[in-house]
Design a protein around this ligand. Structure first.
Ligand code: BG6
Length: 481
């Protein structure tokens, strides 16, 4: 490791993400000895804070969100890495102050990570202002930018943002975050598929009947209406998290576990997606959403979406991928269920449930991280089968290891220059190409399916069940308590 200092400049340090995730993740990496030495963390914000205010803020953040790993001695070391720099994001004249502050720490020759944890309307300003002062130039150490989601509001704005980003940074300097890729169990999809030999031979249209991705949340819009009511579930969850999970499930084996090889394969999946028909979509809004603070009383923002899509390639042609996500649902769960085909010829009686021999592989991303394989077993003393689960739970299989937060992994990867778990520019655009026509169709097409309301604490509107029933499929869930 070089002696060159590493400086992490967190734009938006006074915000929620920094408080809840970034500061605790940096601290956790720091106490595990994983961050480079020497390390400087510069909080960047609009407020009139001093270094001491930032240190207090970070202290509170750790006490609230990293209590189990907090200890005074490490904090005393960590706090020495912290300082604050004031910038008014859209105002170029405030950036020389930031540049001076950063240069003072390292004489301009450090490695630098600019973390943009700010409202997306400021992304272009910040990038241009950094560019204007040559702050992206790699004269000595590296310069990288981490950009949070949402990356664009639709294809057009994502393309425009990509153009701005590329006018200042090379693609290899850019780390677009989707925190779902930092989740251990999402990464395990790759290990499960490509570190084993038993799954890949059956991972195709000959053996798989359908694939289901469920990302259900119990939380409602809460205090985020300002952002959420103009975004909705398609932009907030489907464009990024669900399509990322889908890519991991559907991609071809990459030739190596490196950023380019991996992302080349993921992007091919998104590019092979058939245009989604509006009749294959369901939108819903939970009862009471329009009464939430900050939500327009006549809001047409969906808080739930379900869709059926197809990947038109040799592996997946005509196999439905069902995606659904919603807020205010019955249980928080993220899972991928791979439903296999029935045996071609049945010699046994139907199972107890009547759903004869439907093997299912469930990849449980959260909260009960693990893998379940549903197989049919003979009920003792009877000639009928019953579905039983073979289960792997992370908490049992990896007793000694804790499950790091996604941001810990991602921050470390960005510092180490590993972009495998970040989204490339073309990938982002391909994802928008899938969701944009659905969002636009819902807004303008008279033939679009209606908005359904659904009860809080349910699994969403009944229309989402009907979407699957048309093909004689049903939503399957595993890993629930
Ligand atoms: C974020 C969305 O990207 O992901 C939120 O903006 C959502 O609306 C969150 O609640 C879900 O993340 P997790 O890790 O709790 O599943």
């Amino acid at each position: 490791m070089s002696d060159r200092p590493t400086v992490i400049a967190i734009f938006g340090v006074t915000g929620d993400l920094a408080r809840r995730k970034l500061i605790p993740a940096l601290y956790s990496n720091f106490i595990k000895g994983r961050t480079p030495e020497p390390l400087r963390i510069v909080g960047v914000g609009r407020r009139d804070w001093t270094d001491a205010t930032l240190i207090d803020h970070a202290h509170q953040s750790l006490k609230n969100y990293a209590a189990p790993i907090y200890d005074e001695r490490s904090w005393d070391c960590f706090r020495q890495a912290l300082s604050y720099s004031k910038v008014n994001l859209p105002q170029p004249e405030t950036y020389p102050n930031l540049k001076d502050d950063l240069d003072a720490l390292d004489k301009g020759n450090s490695n630098r990570l600019y973390y943009l944890s700010i409202a997306p309307e400021f992304y272009q300003d910040v990038i241009c202002n950094l560019g204007a002062l040559g702050m992206a130039r790699e004269n000595g150490g590296w310069r990288r930018a981490v950009i949070e989601k949402p990356f664009g509001y639709n294809l057009e704005t994502a393309q425009s943002l990509n153009r701005t980003v590329h006018s200042v940074f090379n693609e290899s300097q850019v780390y677009r975050i989707d925190h779902y890729l930092g989740k251990e169990t999402a990464q395990n999809i790759l290990f499960m598929r490509f570190a084993n030999t038993i799954f890949e031979p059956i991972w195709n249209r000959s053996h798989i009947s359908n694939v289901q991705v469920t990302v259900a949340e119990t939380v409602d819009v809460g205090t985020r209406a300002g952002y959420y009511d103009s975004s909705g579930v398609m932009r907030d969850m489907v464009q990024n998290h669900l399509l990322q999970l889908l890519s991991l499930i559907a991609m071809e084996p990459p030739s190596a576990f490196d950023a380019d090889a991996l992302r080349n394969e993921k992007v091919k999946v998104l590019q092979a997606a058939r245009a989604v028909k509006l009749e294959d979509t369901v939108r819903g809004q939970y009862d009471g959403y329009r009464r939430a603070e900050g939500v327009a009383p006549d809001s047409a923002t969906p808080t739930f979406a379900a869709l059926k899509l197809f990947i038109d390639n040799w592996r997946w042609k005509d196999i439905p991928f069902y995606l659904r996500s919603g807020k205010a649902m019955r249980q928080k769960t993220t899972q991928v269920n791979i439903q296999f085909k029935r045996p071609p010829n049945s010699i046994f009686e139907l199972t107890e449930s009547g759903d004869y021999s439907r093997n299912m592989l469930s990849i449980c991303i959260q909260p009960d991280e693990g893998i379940h394989l549903t197989i049919e077993a003979k009920i003792p003393d009877q000639q009928i089968a019953k579905s039983v689960d073979m289960e792997l739970h992370y908490e049992n299989a990896f007793v000694a290891e804790d499950l790091p937060d996604a941001y810990e992994r991602l921050l470390l990867d960005a510092i180490n220059g590993d972009a495998a778990l970040f989204i490339r520019g073309d990938e982002i655009e391909s994802a928008w190409k899938i969701v944009d026509p659905v969002i636009d169709g819902w807004a303008c097409d008279p033939a679009a399916p209606p908005m359904h309301s659904y009860r809080q604490g349910s699994w969403g509107p009944a229309a989402a069940d009907e979407l699957l029933e048309r093909e004689e499929h049903i939503w399957r869930l595993s890993c629930l308590h």
